[in-house]
Write a protein that binds this ligand. Structure first.
Ligand SMILES: C=CC1=C(C)c2cc3[nH]c(cc4nc(cc5[nH]c(cc1n2)c(C)c5CCC(=O)O)C(CCC(=O)O)=C4C)c(C)c3C=C
Ligand SMILES: [Fe+2]
Ligand SMILES: [Fe+2]
Length: 335
């Protein structure tokens, strides 16, 4: 019994190759050109994107990427690589012969190239796709599925496929997040009377949810599970949505204005986590650790603590590999 012809592909969103305006433009062109991400008339959007959004946004975005770039590259890519290495070791022990790798939804390595290479060149017959998005959204998980189907369409002989749709309410994930928060309180100091825990989820246009995207519901279920696991009273924590893009109404309450309001109303300390992201990235380092911190402190807040994403921490990878075991069990080669 072996898993020699089974591969696990972790899929993250992706990052520009470099923090230059040119590389950021190339990345944003693919990302914002995805009809799952921006739902407007595609012809009109192509014109607006190329003539207005990309020329303005790319240099601005490149400056933001510049502030988080590491000698090894984008944090999202660096952390994804560490996670995949750690998961490969763990899953390899449980499922002998199993191969773990990663793909990015936008940029490189693309889902198409990775799946083609695994199946057509290396002969893997079974592929488990694991988008690193705890909550399902058409803009993220749905788009990964689209990209997967696009490459499968080009194959005469297709591999067998499984995909993790979401894990927002999985014990393994809730336990890991709750542990990262309670460990922080043990090492640092408890939240205290004038402190609040903020669960800041990535936002999306309200209209997407109105049309049936289950993302917001899943953020509600998940944050209640975390608060229960941590025994928090309702006035000790709040759920917010970050990263608004464009002028549409997005999911509310918005993270940064909420932090400012809390500071003005006497909250002195904020401890904040970003549960939409498994790996730290632009949206956590720059938007939360940088901009949101500044906004809270400028508005009179006294202490702002960013609790990092789960990334490749050992206890999380142990729990994550147990969880993925459920998707891999019974999939071994019978011959
Ligand atoms: C309409 C626009 C966007 C939607 C919808 C959206 C949903 C969404 N995104 C993530 C995760 C990430 N987004 C990241 C960056 C980013 N997101 C948008 C826009 C939308 N996201 C933009 C324009 C950008 C680029 C940066 C910028 O110019 O502001 C990232 C970070 C990537 C990195 O390289 O670090 C992540 C991760 C989720 C989970 C989500 C819906 C739930
Ligand atoms: Fe985003
Ligand atoms: Fe952002």
């Amino acid at each position: 019994m072996s898993y020699d012809r089974t591969a696990v592909v972790f899929v993250n969103l992706g990052s520009p190759k470099e923090s230059t305006p040119k590389a950021v433009k190339q990345f944003l062109k693919e990302f914002l050109g995805d009809p799952r991400v921006i739902e407007v008339n595609p012809i009109l959007w192509k014109i607006i994107l190329n003539l207005i959004i990309l020329p303005i946004r790319s240099p601005q975005s490149a400056k933001r990427y510049e502030t988080i770039w590491t000698p090894e590259g984008s944090p999202l890519v660096v952390e994804t690589e560490k996670l995949v290495g750690g998961m490969g070791q763990r899953l390899g022990k449980k499922f002998p012969g199993l191969f773990c790798t990663y793909a990015m939804r936008y940029g490189d390595p693309s889902i198409a190239n990775v799946v083609r290479n695994l199946h057509l060149e290396k002969g893997f017959q079974k592929i488990l796709l694991v988008p690193l998005n705890p909550q399902y959204s058409a803009t993220t998980t749905g788009s990964v599925m689209d990209a997967l189907c696009d490459v499968l369409k080009t194959m005469r002989s297709q591999p067998e496929i499984r995909m993790v749709r979401d894990f927002h309410n999985e014990d393994a994930y809730i336990e890991a997040l709750a542990k990262s928060i309670s460990d922080f309180w043990k090492k640092h100091s408890p939240l205290g009377e004038k402190g609040k825990l903020v669960l800041s989820f990535h936002g999306m246009p309200q209209s997407y949810v109105n049309k049936g995207d289950p993302y917001q519901d899943q953020t509600v279920v998940e944050s209640d599970l975390i608060a229960n696991r941590l025994n928090l009273k309702s006035d000790q924590w709040i759920r917010t949505y970050q990263s608004r893009f464009g002028k549409d109404v997005w999911l509310q309450p918005y993270t940064e204005p909420t932090l400012v309001e809390l500071a003005k109303k006497g909250t002195e300390r904020i401890d904040i986590v970003c549960p939409s992201f498994i790996t730290d990235c632009l949206e956590t380092h720059e938007e939360i650790e940088g901009e949101a911190r500044k906004a809270f402190l400028d508005a009179g807040g006294k202490e702002f603590n960013y609790i990092p994403c789960l990334n490749a921490q050992d206890y999380w990878l142990d729990l994550f590999s147990d969880f993925l075991g459920k998707h891999l069990n019974g999939w071994e080669e019978q011959s």
